[in-house]
Design a protein around this ligand. Structure first.
Ligand code: TRP
Length: 354
């Protein structure tokens, strides 16, 4: 019995500046996974069109995400780094998935409901179909694992629903052509073409919150720049933002239970832990009983140590974009080779190809 080969895929939208939340929640995990898996990391520029069709500088934004990937330590030779629109099969497979998925599934997505707001009739069709393109991104490479923030969990479930419906709608055909991989789905043994992809969500800081309000996510769209640490911030700016981060008047607790109900303290401890690959429990064991006036300088030093080399390397890479452009072109070619095989299989399975 064959099995799906473990493969990691993830995507980042080229909209807005990357901040600490993106780095700790996504990019840092991408870097770590390179040790154990083959990885494909994609700048999803087609997804950037779903909320808004006209953009200032998509190419520049795409380069800047790519620069962050490389600066953080992603190796584009050992793995694959590219932007989505270079590989037209993403859109092609998404169309097939639009015909597999149901409108009801899309309507239930909380991200769609949030982004579409009150006037859903006026949202773009692309915004509604966003998860279908995301499923195509992943399944085009038959990826088995997807590192994402927990806000993307629902989209990953939908990706599995699409894979499962495709596998079962075409199970006879998949078996007949001999393209299937046998897998257990509930009680049934299915001859599936697409794997049921698993999200990878763990880590000490799955969710980095705003520095001004520990109950809201750190976000590039927050009006206050003090609410986030951008990957391009210099040491002085990082230091200022941490100094001004909201806290409560108590000292740090000595155990993690003591962080319950203290959103800001919990967030800063979580950031510290994630930046040095330790658990929150270890961090409060070290800092328990100390005031924020002592903890904040330690956090600043750690943040500057980790982030400065990345922002310097990003600046260097973006100064002359030849290297970045070459990485994307090469990654695009290698991704296309895989994507082409999948689309040929899919056309065969569906009956679009004789
Ligand atoms: N929707 C993801 C986000 O907003 C971005 C994304 C698009 C993605 N395609 C993907 C993430 C495929 C993982 C895998 O974060």
């Amino acid at each position: 019995m064959s099995e799906f080969k473990p493969l990691v895929f993830s995507g980042v939208q080229p909209t807005g500046n990357l901040h600490l939340g993106n780095y700790l929640g996504a990019i840092r995990k991408f870097v770590a996974l390179q040790e154990s898996h083959n990885c494909i990391y994609c700048v999803v520029d087609l997804h950037a069109l779903t909320a808004q069709i006209v953009h200032q500088d998509l190419v520049g934004q795409t380069r800047s995400i790519t620069a962050a990937f490389l600066a953080a330590g992603i190796d584009p030779k050992a793995h694959i780094v590219f932007n989505q629109s270079r590989v037209p099969q993403h859109a092609e497979l998404a169309w097939i998935f639009n015909c597999v998925a149901r409108i009801g599934w899309m309507n239930r997505m909380t991200q769609f409901k949030d982004k579409a707001g009150k006037d859903r009739e006026n949202a773009s069709l692309g915004l509604l179909a966003y998860p279908s393109l995301m499923a195509a991104d992943i399944l085009l490479y038959r990826a088995t694992h997807v590192p994402v923030g927990d806000d993307q969990k629902q989209h990953l479930e939908l990706t599995r629903d699409i894979a499962q419906k495709f596998n079962s709608d075409f199970s006879d055909r998949i078996a007949e052509i001999g393209l299937g991989v046998e897998m257990q789905v509930g009680k049934e043994l299915i001859n599936g073409y697409f794997p049921l992809t698993e999200p990878l969500i763990d880590g000490p800081a799955p969710r980095v919150m705003s520095l001004r309000d520990g109950t809201r996510k750190m976000s590039k769209s927050d009006v206050s720049d003090l609410s986030r640490i951008n990957l391009t911030d210099d040491a002085d700016t990082i230091s200022k933002k941490i100094r001004r981060a909201k806290t409560d008047p108590q000292a740090l607790p000595s155990d993690v239970e003591g962080l319950v109900g203290r959103a800001e303290a919990d967030n800063l401890v979580g950031i510290y832990a994630a930046l040095c690959d330790r658990t929150k429990a270890e961090v409060v064991t070290e800092f328990g009983g100390q005031q924020f006036s002592a903890f904040k300088p330690a956090l600043t030093e750690l943040a500057v140590d980790v982030l400065s080399p990345i922002s310097e390397e990003m600046r260097r890479l973006l100064n002359d974009t030849t290297h970045i452009d070459a990485v994307l072109a090469d990654g695009g070619e290698r991704a296309s080779a895989i994507a082409d095989r999948t689309m040929t299989d899919v056309k065969h399975i569906i009956g679009l190809q004789c």
